[in-house]
Design a protein around this ligand. Sequence first.
Ligand SMILES: Nc1nc2c(ncn2[C@@H]2O[C@H](COP(=O)(O)OP(=O)(O)OP(=O)(O)O)[C@@H](O)[C@H]2O)c(=O)[nH]1
Ligand SMILES: [Mg+2]
Length: 507
Amino acid sequence: MVIVSLFNAIRATRLAYLQRKHPTLRDNDLIPQLTRYCLKEGYMEKTGPTHREPFKKRWFTLCSMNRKLLYSKNPLDATELGAVFIGTESHSYSASESSGRSSRGGRWNCGIMLQTPDRQYVFMCEQHQEQKEWLEAFRKIISQPMTPEDYATKVGKTSLIMSLVSEEFPTVVPYRAEEITIPADVTPERVPTHIVDYSEAEQTDEQLFQEISKANVICIVYSVNNKTSIEKVTSHWLPLINDNTDKDSRVPLILVGNKSDLVEHSSMETILPIMNRHSEIETCVECSAKNLKNISELFYYAQKAVLHPTGPLYCPEKKNMKLLCVKALTRIFKVSDLDNDGILNDNELNFFQRTSFNIPLESQALEDVKNVVRKNLSEGVRDNGLTLKGFLFLHTLFIQRGRHETTWTVLRRFGYDDDLELNQDYLFPPLKLPPDCTTELNHNAYLFLQSVFDKHDKDRDCALSPEEMKDLFDVFPYMPWGPDVHNTVCTNDQAGSPTRDISPSGR
Ligand SMILES: Nc1nc2c(ncn2[C@@H]2O[C@H](COP(=O)(O)OP(=O)(O)OP(=O)(O)O)[C@@H](O)[C@H]2O)c(=O)[nH]1
Ligand SMILES: [Mg+2]
């Protein structure tokens, strides 16, 4: 009874999995897949890709449903060591007798050669009867036509990687491209990029889950001319990736519509609503590995999604900036507002520009920026300067136009980390102090502190009222002084507000 229940539970789980994986198929088509119908199974000996590796005895299972030959060490192993996808004759697959003898470690002599587009597999059977049965089974699958489902995986993932690397469309592609690292100096964002291919034919689900959990960004590739592959984005890939990534730190995703050379129309009409529903999708791009269209762009977007993600900055559903981002930019505005009048004049805008990007703005560019804001938001510009509202509007515009890197550059230059928290090095710059030495403020530091004091002493009474103090420390992550400040520094007579001689000694 327990065994029957367990068996049914496994079947029910597998049915649920298949329903999600193949949303276009009916239950009647899926039920035969619940029990893996295996065309043949048994031991054979197998060598490696160069045929010079020693032969090893492995347990093989040939499944006609997913056209895969799986192999493991023992019949009851939970996961297989590898898989070989078997296509059709028109895709260059064939099976034949092999006369070569099993040397190097092998004991059996009845050989089989399984030819696939990228590799010749040599297997050895113990007896001729076994060899005959395996050959029949392979040939049966090779003669079986491929279904649209079989084709839906062949979206061109490997071709895209190879087109990027060799700058030409490969005519022969292996199932899986070798893992490659593109050095920092040849990538647009100057970061080394490690590209990992995936092949359903060659890899197990477990291997896929492991790669997903290691990835910084994932490109989901569909083929613009294959409807099933587009449907699989929402029915299969998005749920699978969500299930295998940490909810708090979702990896950015890029939707890639390959084979654009084959169609006149664009897939964007179907893709944009998917993007709107899934905020983890950073962007989408249509490309062609064949005519090399948008290939380098695709990898550039992927790098950008890691370095300048939308997630912490912007909420696409609500179409507004996130609270932490508004808070950080408000602080940056206040730091740049040198005279503390709530407006960035040309001089302050230049200070901001130089701090963020190391170059001042041309006067015409300054006017252009203000005009864009003026045109869209009447309160964005006042007295020919940018208000806080205008400043925030400008950054929302950058993000909405896909120029997140501008806002990220600003945030990072003003000390923010990837979670929009001020980083420790910025808050506490390291100060190397030799033993037996002390520190004191130099003249420039005094001048700086005086200017900060003057900036916040709005009523010019040479003392900071509680409101003025609050305003001064608004750019700090927290209020550094408690009420005891009034007993440790010079205060004025009337209100006990700290005067400009704020050093504890009273100088
Ligand atoms: N017309 C056209 N054909 C393409 C393009 N990219 C790939 N192909 C073809 O599509 C087929 C599958 O390409 P692969 O690169 O093997 O696809 P894959 O997604 O890696 O497939 P699997 O590894 O089996 O999952 C091959 O015949 C390619 O030549 C493209 O941009 N245009
Ligand atoms: Mg491939």
